[in-house]
Design a protein around this ligand. Structure first.
Ligand code: DGJ
Length: 730
């Protein structure tokens, strides 16, 4: 049982294999007692809490879901406005329920169990007696993972209307006697995944998105760590919101040094009307505890998200190596050009051809046709079917790009339905990339998109879809909603998106879906629930990618991280790097190419052929192995990471150096995650030189010797295979 209840003391102890989380009802308030390494339950533990609200006042009490207006002056977790205009509520404990497994969240993406024995869910029932507001706090604790998943459900059981103004998915009050730092991912278009770390001090650190999407600027994730927490040591507490829209996360340190973390849908420009009898379910937050640094925190997220968030057939299948025509041709292609790239790809062993933007309407640039999902017969005289058949004829699968949430003002769809975009009547409609956003709160809009896509899926053999989304939401209003519900538009947009994604992915289970939002603008757990992989960034420069992929891996599994080799000079930064270096960076993710294969030299083709063949051998380990980050590209000239199989008998090590170093020292790379008792045969993947045998203890202690090459942008990789046990050696 993962939830232990001390009924008398009203103490709830949630326990996993390596973690405890405790809360207690004190004077009717759910009070936070502990979150950290596993504590053995020795009854009674209900005396752990020293301060009661009476003695301490709410402002000094660590709480589970704090309210506004009755003495706690920190950020509340929620706020509700009553019909009389007052904004005070007082939630008091009513009871609890424990169920095996994890219930799904209606209409929302969520992690799941496959067997009830994997987790238990505690539901606390709270009531504001004055208004009739019922609040249910949900906590799922996994038996074998150091994970707690939290969400909240609001129900209006009163007689009058209520308006939710703020709804955190989780709130945790960390105790006051520790210095802490916050880690999060910041960035911009083409610069996603910057690992940002800074000390917390009295005051507030807040990250958010107001863009209607999770955003390039901040990922819906934050972690609190100790100042001395590293990749492999120290405590880390992760918060990852399973949501794809505007979000907020804050860490507020009060005058006593305690830190309150709140995370949820962005309260800015949010309100939700709850009529009597209605309810509102918040998205969920996945909270991870690690006592072994950020590395273990990431691995816990990776295992959970790869196997209990991602769904569908491709969850457990090796992902195909693709070639995408975007950087090869942009909008300038015809059937023969596409077929030529695919034919070359077939010779090199590539498995999937993806036709990107520009195949529909009259789309010769990015200024028209979104919404008109009909093939452009000027470019593709035989239609998509002919393209797909020719590509299939070479032995490659066929994939297709869509941007289904958008509408171009210059489109037949817009001319027919000018009110189908998000807009505010009488106001300017701000275009970005010459496009507007479809109003996904409206069922007829979603049905149109569903019908357009399924018309293609039922006539063309589409095996893969890239679902793109290239702008943020502006003039967030819906022609379909009454005035009192306009502030619900942004969240309803996301719910509408989820509804459509559920329908499409369920009806076309054979299609591998990859999400994209100008690269990583919507790389979040919400999208991963529907689509098991994401295009990580529009920046395909290998040096930039070291940082982007490293940062993204803080939360997201490598199987979800799309990584392509592109041409040089690189289209985003103009940098020239060797094909081997570009290959090694992309092979550390979900691998593909995004260049005109027909323009490669014979020597380059031979390299690509080798890379493709190698990736086919190692992709199982790359995509499902445990990731150990060894050297951070944010900290120096070298980057390194490795992938280790669950039984620790196989591993892959990647090492990169950006700039040549004059008169370099002797170098070795200390590995991690191996079994110190095992002997490993180490092969160089780069040049296939003779294998050497080293003990796991030595590889992690002394390290793997690295050969120095006197040039910029060098990389190397090694395969490790356990050969025999050295258990009896001294
Ligand atoms: C943005 C994506 O991130 C790119 O990969 C490409 O698909 C373009 N959109 C096409 O417009």
């Amino acid at each position: 049982m993962s939830v232990i209840v001390e009924s008398q003391a009203k103490l709830f102890h949630l326990q996993s294999s390596g973690m405890s989380y405790m809360l207690q009802i004190v004077d009717g308030y759910p009070v936070h007692v502990y979150w950290g390494s596993k504590l053995k339950h020795r009854e009674p533990m209900g005396d752990l809490l020293i301060n009661t609200p009476e003695k301490a006042g709410l402002d000094r009490l660590p709480q589970e879901y704090p309210q506004y207006g009755s003495g706690d002056f920190r950020n509340p977790a929620y706020q509700v406005e009553l019909e009389d205009g007052t904004r005070i509520t007082e939630l008091q404990y009513v009871g609890y329920r424990i169920q095996a497994g994890k219930p799904p969240l209606a209409g929302l993406p969520a992690v799941y169990t496959e067997d009830d024995a994997e987790a238990d869910t505690l539901e606390l029932e709270l009531l504001d007696a004055y208004s009739g507001l019922k609040v249910y706090l949900l906590y799922t604790v996994f038996a074998e993972r150091n994970v707690i998943v939290r969400s909240v459900r609001f129900c209006n059981e009163g007689e009058a209307k209520l308006r939710l103004r703020r709804v955190a998915s989780a709130c945790v009050d960390f105790s006051s006697n520790r210095e802490r730092e916050i880690v999060y991912l910041s960035g911009a278009w083409a610069r996603e995944g910057n690992v940002t770390r800074k000390p917390l001090a009295q005051g507030e650190v807040r990250i958010d998105s107001k863009r209607g999407m999770s955003s390039h600027q901040f990922n819906p994730f934050a972690a609190l760590v100790d100042p001395d927490t590293t990749e492999s040591r120290g405590e880390a507490y992760g918060f990852s919101l399973v949501y794809s829209g505007s979000f907020e996360a804050s860490a507020e340190v009060d005058s006593f040094g305690s830190a309150r973390v709140n995370i949820g849908v962005n309260s800015f420009d949010f309100a939700w009307l709850l009529n009597p009898g209605e309810s509102f379910q918040s998205p969920e937050t996945v909270m991870v505890y690690s006592g072994q640094g950020l590395g273990e925190m990431s691995r816990t997220y990776h295992r959970l998200y790869r196997t209990r968030l991602c769904r569908g057939r491709y969850r457990d299948e090796e992902r195909p190596i693709l070639v995408n025509n975007w950087e090869a041709t942009y909008f300038n292609f015809n059937t023969d050009k596409l077929a030529a790239i695919a034919e070359e790809g077939a010779k090199l062993g590539i498995e999937l051809f993806v036709l990107d933007d520009g195949w529909f309407g009259k789309r010769d640039s990015d200024n028209s046709s979104l919404g008109d999902w009909f093939e452009d017969r000027r470019k593709l005289p035989g239609g998509l079917k002919e393209v797909a058949d020719r590509i299939n004829g070479f032995g490659l699968k066929f994939g297709l790009w869509f941007e289904p949430e958008m509408i171009s003002p210059d489109s037949d769809l817009y001319r027919k339905h000018p009110d189908w975009c998000l807009h505010v009547p009488g106001r300017r409609r701000s275009e970005a990339r010459w496009q507007l956003v479809l109003d996904y709160t409206r069922k007829e809009v979603r049905d149109y998109v569903y019908d357009s896509l399924s018309a293609i899926f039922s006539t063309v053999p589409v095996s893969y879809v890239k679902w793109d989304m290239n702008r943020g939401l502006t003039e967030i209003g819906s022609a379909d909603l009454p005035p009192e519900r306009q502030s619900e538009t942004a969240h309803r947009y996301v719910l509408g998106l989820y509804e459509l994604l559920e329908r499409i992915t369920a009806d076309y289970p054979h299609i591998l879906f990859e999400s994209c939002s100008s690269g990583g603008g919507r790389f979040d757990p919400g999208m991963l629930y529907y689509m098991p992989q994401t295009w990580t960034s529009d920046n395909t420069d290998a040096v930039e990618r070291l940082k982007i992929q490293y940062g993204t891996s803080l939360v997201y599994p490598v199987s979800s991280i799309g990584a392509h080799v592109s041409a040089v000079p690189n289209h985003q930064v103009g940098r020239i790097t060797p094909l081997e270096f570009r290959g090694d960076v992309a092979m550390s993710g979900n691998f593909g190419y995004e260049l005109d294969l027909t323009r490669l030299t014979e020597e380059e083709k031979a390299t690509v052929k080798r890379q493709v063949a190698a990736y086919k051998q190692i992709r199982g380990l790359v995509q499902t192995g445990d990731l150990y980050r060894l050297k951070s590209p944010f900290e120096g000239n070298e980057s390194s990471w490795m992938f280790v199989s669950e039984n620790k008998e196989e591993a892959l090590v990647y090492h990169f150096q950006e700039k040549a170093v004059p008169h370099p020292p002797r170098r070795s790379l200390r590995l991690a995650g191996l079994d110190p008792e095992l002997e490993y045969e180490v092969h160089s993947g780069t040049d296939g030189t003779a294998a050497a045998i080293h003990g796991g203890d030595r590889l992690m202690g002394l390290g793997l010797p690295l050969i120095y090459e006197q040039k910029d942008y060098t990389s190397g990789w090694f395969r490790l295979q356990a050969v025999k046990s050295s258990k009896n050696e001294a």
